[in-house]
Ligand binder design. Structure first.
Ligand SMILES: Cc1cc2nc3c(=O)[nH]c(=O)nc-3n(C[C@H](O)[C@H](O)[C@H](O)COP(=O)(O)OP(=O)(O)OC[C@H]3O[C@@H](n4cnc5c(N)ncnc54)[C@H](O)[C@@H]3O)c2cc1C
Length: 318
């Protein structure tokens, strides 16, 4: 007998949408959204969703950079991704610091009389009854007080290290990721390229986002090699970035290991995104690697690593 394939999340998505329309509460463990070294790109499909939520104009008013095309530079040439034929109203990628975007969403949600966002409130346990999740237990981190919040549906959006997922005993399946990533701010000077800078070679990959007076630079490194990359107060990292973007070389002298943030890239996915009374979405259900999008193109373009160079597929020095 053929079994029909279910779309992931299909069981919970419709009840969740109905529940959110009726009202709800959000709990966020930090007091604000000011975390650096997160993704800045807001893609055309998301811009279309913002229009549907009547938030398009407010988003357009945020300070942002727009890219109609992105050029990836390789050792032997370049490839340009052109967004002009994307369907919908938006034929570009917008680059906005993530905290501006999240503040916009939080402020818009706060205008609804049916929604309340509690910040500095950390979910620490689930309320369960009769085989269903019935709500959460959380700590108000300002007062230290623990409270219970009953809910007909708990939607876990608590990210790649999801507490709710752990409490439910759900284990995501991981797929191999060949990279980790180092994030660093590099001063931006007159005469630098204007838009996003993408450079890939057999020795590494670099993505630099224009943040006005500085670049937010992401250097892709081999999996689990961050310790080596940070050794000697970040000298390896400075050299690797300078090789890929020579114009940054001299201005990195003041950057040491303490200025470099390490991101362990993950890619995983739950086989089932729900249990009775709870639905997991976003990174809690499927963590995405920000570098995945570039990898397939990189694979095709990068020659086999020479001895002593670094393989972009397996992250191992040859
Ligand atoms: C370095 C990096 C760059 C990226 N770049 C891009 C990009 O350019 N464009 C793009 O579209 N995507 C990008 N991504 C992916 C994107 O950031 C994630 O897919 C997205 O943020 C997932 O959203 P989320 O709400 O599921 O999880 P998160 O954004 O991780 O949010 C989870 C939230 O839950 C809170 N939380 C955690 N535990 C608890 C708890 N117990 N109680 C209460 N609150 C809790 C956290 O504080 C956090 O605010 C990037 C990811 C990374 C790591």
């Amino acid at each position: 007998m053929r079994r029909r394939r279910r779309r992931p999340g299909g069981h919970g998505a419709r009840p969740a949408a109905g529940q959110i329309r009726r009202g709800g509460s959000g709990l966020e463990k930090y007091p604000d959204f000011l975390r650096d070294f997160r993704g800045d790109t807001v893609h055309a499909s998301t811009l279309n969703l913002l229009d549907q939520l009547s938030l398009g104009d407010r988003f357009a008013a945020l300070p942002q950079q727009r890219e109609q095309r992105l050029t990836m530079e390789f050792d032997d040439g370049a490839i340009t991704e052109d967004f002009s034929r994307l369907p919908g109203r938006h034929q570009h990628i917008a680059l906005v610091p993530q905290w501006d975007f999240l503040n916009l969403l939080a402020n818009a949600a706060a205008e609804s009389p049916h929604f309340h966002l509690a910040q500095h409130a950390e979910v620490i346990d689930l309320l369960r009854q009769g085989g269903r999740v019935r709500g959460v237990r959380y700590t108000d981190k300002d007062t230290g007080r623990t409270s219970e919040l009953a809910a007909p549906l708990v939607v876990a959006t608590d990210g790649r290290h999801s507490t709710v997922r752990d409490l439910l005993g759900l284990r995501p399946r991981s797929s191999a990721t060949p990279h980790d990533c180092l994030y660093v701010r590099i001063p931006r000077l007159p005469g630098d390229p204007d838009g996003t800078f993408l450079r890939f070679s057999a020795t590494g990959g670099l993505i630099m986002i224009n943040r006005g007076d500085y670049w937010q630079a992401a250097l892709l490194i081999g999996k689990d090699t961050a310790q080596d990359a940070l050794a000697d107060d970040g000298a390896w990292t400075r050299r690797a970035i300078a090789r890929l973007a020579p114009y940054t070389s001299e201005r990195m002298a003041a950057i040491g290991a303490a200025d470099i943030a390490v991101l362990q890239i993950r890619s995983d996915r739950l086989a089932r995104w729900w249990v009775p009374g709870a639905l997991l979405i976003g990174d809690a259900a499927h963590a995405m690697s920000p570098s995945r999008a570039w990898e397939s193109t990189w694979r095709c373009r990068t020659p086999s690593p020479r001895p002593g160079s670094w393989c972009p597929l397996c992250g191992v020095a040859g």
